[in-house]
Design a protein around this ligand. Structure first.
Ligand code: SF4
Length: 69
């Protein structure tokens, strides 16, 4: 499974970090990033279980978090 985050669309509201601090963190650019993911336009992280990332995707107001199963 994969967690994806479209960095450009992120408005830095912080919801994903509040719901799922395991995978999301705020960085210097004011946007949210996937922890331990390579810096790129669409960050990706391969995970065994999406866990709270699914809730983060639902909480995101601009729908820039995606879960691939
Ligand atoms: S919930 Fe969405 S818009 Fe808000 S910080 Fe996270 S990725 Fe960005």
């Amino acid at each position: 499974m994969k967690i994806k985050l479209e960095i450009e669309k992120c408005i830095g509201c912080g919801s994903c970090q509040a719901v799922c601090p395991k995978y999301f963190e705020a960085q210097e650019d004011g946007k949210s990033h996937i922890k331990d993911a390579a810096k790129q336009e669409v960050e990706e992280l391969e995970v065994e279980k999406v866990e709270c990332a699914e809730s983060a995707a639902q909480a995101c107001p601009v729908q820039c978090i995606h879960i691939e199963k």
